[in-house]
Design a protein around this ligand. Sequence first.
Ligand SMILES: Nc1nc2c(c(=O)[nH]1)N[C@H]1C(S)=C(S)[C@@H](COP(=O)(O)O)O[C@H]1N2
Ligand SMILES: [Mo]
Length: 375
Amino acid sequence: MTVTTSSFSRLRGTAVTARVGVWLGVAITVCFLTGLISHFSQHPQPWFLAVWPTRPVWLYRVTQGLHVISGIAAIPLLVVKLWSVWPKLFDRPVIGGITRLLERGSILVLVAAMIFQLSTGLMNIAQWYAFRFFFTTVHYAMAYIVVGAVVVHIAVKLPVIRRALGEPLEEATTDAVTGPSRRTVLRGTWLAVGLATVVTAGQTIPWLRKISVLAPRSGDGPQGVPINRSAIAAGVLRSARSPDYRLTVVNGPTAKSFTVAELAALPQTTRSLPISCVEGWSVNAQWTGIVLADLVAAVGGTSGADVRMISLEPPGPYSRTTLPARHARDSQTLIALKLNGETLDIDHGYPCRLIAPTRPGVLQTKWLTRIEVVT
Ligand SMILES: Nc1nc2c(c(=O)[nH]1)N[C@H]1C(S)=C(S)[C@@H](COP(=O)(O)O)O[C@H]1N2
Ligand SMILES: [Mo]
């Protein structure tokens, strides 16, 4: 049995394109919405702060896990969808009337923008920062271009999509058909999506960890938690261990400084909270430390105030973050001194770090030296 070119071209067709397209649409929608959540968590707007809750504590873990999983699943879907229409992309006339121009233009923008989003996203989760631009800004802007192009594409193609979804998958044919069928193509597609998901999703779904051979983060690291940036890389090795170390808590003119021993002597609370990196990995851990609200109260801060976290790390994108009031007053938000029952490893933020519910990992500032009630 030989599979000829013509039997391959028979496999292409709108019946395949539309079915794969529906799933690609679902994946992109999930990816877009969860991406917006992540963006607004990192660049909060007043309306977002008003609606983003602190419970369940794993909320961001789930949304960001879905963001990366749906993005990865979209890759095989995009490849198959492109393959299924490949010869048509070069049909004549290339431009034609206004509808054709819109159709063509939207496909060009759509394909280019999606390839850009998926490949830069993939590079980012693999921690290969080869691009020269600031990832989050460009990835965010490009997301709207993708979604805009998808909307135009669906609007233009709606009649074709409806017809194709109504058609049976296989063509009625009297010839003896050899080689793979369209159903095989679809099965292969689902298999590829499943495989791509399973080999990477273990970085956020614990029971998949063992089979997720391509997951950039395995869950390994000191105290059972991966490290994002080490103390050496952040340049805090000396300052974090210095006998002169103090955590200073400030509210306007009121300030209190604590040595490590003084922090350890304050009432301690243990909470189970995840670290959920924007790059897709996440793990749950037991954190022990001081309830932030207690420290804020110690300097006379109110529960309505935002609170700024400042790291020992030299000024940079991760060295200071602001915790919205809702998270700052939450009893689960800790200034952690211990992780999984042991003194915080220096790479996890010794002497102390922030850990708060429903926040991206990037905002869980390590190696704290100063906490300011924003007035
Ligand atoms: N000061 C400081 N805090 C930081 C970072 C950093 O580079 N510097 N990285 C952040 C990121 S991106 C993540 S995902 C978490 C990871 O915490 P871990 O390294 O303890 O797992 O720390 C966050 N806190
Ligand atoms: Mo991160």
